[in-house]
Write a protein that binds this ligand. Structure first.
Ligand SMILES: NC(=O)c1ccc[n+]([C@@H]2O[C@H](COP(=O)([O-])OP(=O)(O)OC[C@H]3O[C@@H](n4cnc5c(N)ncnc54)[C@H](O)[C@@H]3O)[C@@H](O)[C@H]2O)c1
Length: 400
């Protein structure tokens, strides 16, 4: 079967998906054809269609509206790279038209929106994937192996993950203020860094350490950032600082904090501790652990993640390497879209399902909910909707 694919939303991240599709097309041309592209901004969709026609014979059809795409084409699957407030609307429309669907992270703007997507997939009997590139890269794959198979670090017990940056200076000239985009408005984006890049961190910690049970979070905005909407100067809604304490079902605990408002000193600490040693990542919180990370054991032994990756590859053998890095691909976007395409072809669940996406995003939402409640919250109660004070206005805005 050649999967007939639609790409919906042709902005920033769609370009990374497109590079992944181009690499897969070169390695396994019969796996899929990009049949249609759609963006409310037709120029963006036309540009993606033109790029795709450089690596497949036929240019994809171009649409400005998903309803038109679904009426005019016979696609098997859709890859949705649209703003957060549209994920459930576009996803449900595609699922109800019988397509398998992959949705960019965070899978839904709220927990309730995500549950609607999952229910639509169940009703339609179609696969629902959360697009998650980070865990598929060599660093996180090797970290998972050294923790769970090599058991180099003993029992995982704690982590300390902190990053701060200086504030962005507001421009002196009002005309140069950044335009209001969907990310700056919590009713459109669902939240700031906790939920946005934080979706990657939440997926990574679930992948490495399992489910989080309880969360205590504080979320703050210390330096309102002016942005321009039409002719008015308004403020970016997003938090610039948060501190979260996470408690896992396994007994592990972790401290995750981030601040984009802090002058004078940049902080960057990413350390995961087990009973026998630590994994120390000099990279950023949201795209790691990277191969530049080190393992430091209790007896003073230091091992680089890059060397451990070579050991992991050797131990995997040809079949294991083909499973984790098919066609030698190591780019997380190429691997994520390959998993989605083969899940559709083989009618099996993708590695990161809609439910996985829900469980990861519920950790981020639990941080906002804990802040709203002024107390620790159980992630299960955020998932089942008993705790939703932070998300309620967003659900009301989108009639979810
Ligand atoms: N995996 C990652 O590392 C990563 C990085 C950045 C963004 N993302 C995610 O990708 C998604 C998109 O983010 P982005 O940075 O590409 O945003 P973007 O604003 O650059 O692109 C979104 C696109 O969607 C289009 N769009 C708006 N309404 C539409 C509609 N009704 N139908 C079709 N298209 C419509 C916009 O015109 C725009 O071209 C978000 O979920 C975001 O969190 C993931």
């Amino acid at each position: 079967m050649t999967v007939r694919l639609a790409l919906i939303g042709c902005g920033g991240i769609a370009r990374a998906h497109l590079r992944g599709y181009a690499a897969i097309r070169a390695a396994e041309p019969e796996l899929f054809e990009l049949v249609a592209v759609c963006d409310a901004n037709l120029v963006a969709a036309q540009k993606v269609a033109a790029d795709a026609s450089e690596w497949q014979e036929r240019a994809p059809a171009v649409f400005g509206d998903v309803a038109d795409l679904l009426a005019a084409t016979d696609c098997d699957a859709a890859d949705i790279c649209a703003p957060h407030f549209l994920h459930h609307r576009l996803g449900i429309a595609c699922l109800e038209a019988g397509l398998h669907v992959q949705v960019e992270k965070p899978i839904g703007i709220t927990v309730k929106a995500t549950r609607r997507l999952i229910d639509a997939a169940t009703r339609a009997g179609r696969q629902l994937a959360t697009a998650e590139n980070v865990r598929r890269e060599p660093g996180p794959r090797t970290a998972h192996w050294l923790i769970h198979e090599r058991q180099l670090l003993g029992t995982m017990q704690s982590f300390f993950v902190q990053e701060t940056r200086p504030p962005q200076r507001p421009t002196a000239d009002e005309a140069e203020l950044p335009p209001w985009v969907w990310r700056d408005d919590c009713l459109l984006g669902g939240g700031g860094q906790v939920l946005d890049s934080g979706a990657h961190f939440c997926d990574t910690i679930r992948y490495l350490f399992g489910d989080v049970e309880q969360v205590y979070g504080r979320v703050e905005q210390w330096r309102p950032r002016p942005v321009r909407r039409d002719d008015a100067v308004v403020h970016d809604d997003r938090e610039d600082t948060f501190v979260a304490q996470l408690h896992f079902a396994s007994g592990m605990s972790g401290l995750w904090s981030y601040g984009a408002a802090w002058p004078g000193h940049r902080l960057n600490t990413v350390v995961y501790y087990g009973s026998e040693g630590a994994l120390v990542d000099p990279g950023d919180i949201y795209h790691g652990p990277r191969l530049t990370a080190m393992v430091q054991l209790a007896d003073g032994t230091a091992l680089s993640l890059a060397d451990l990756h070579q050991e992991h590859l050797a131990e995997l053998g040809a079949a294991g390497r083909a499973r984790l890095f098919p066609h030698g691909l190591t780019d997380g976007f190429a691997l994520e879209v390959y998993d989605f395409l083969t899940a559709v072809r083989d009618d099996r669940p993708p590695e990161v399902t809609g439910t996985d996406g829900l469980r990861a995003k519920a950790i981020a939402n639990a941080i906002y909910e804990s802040n709203a409640a002024g107390q620790a919250v159980r992630v299960a109660e955020v998932i089942d909707g008993r705790i939703d004070a932070y998300q309620r206005p967003i659900n009301e805005r989108w009639q979810i």
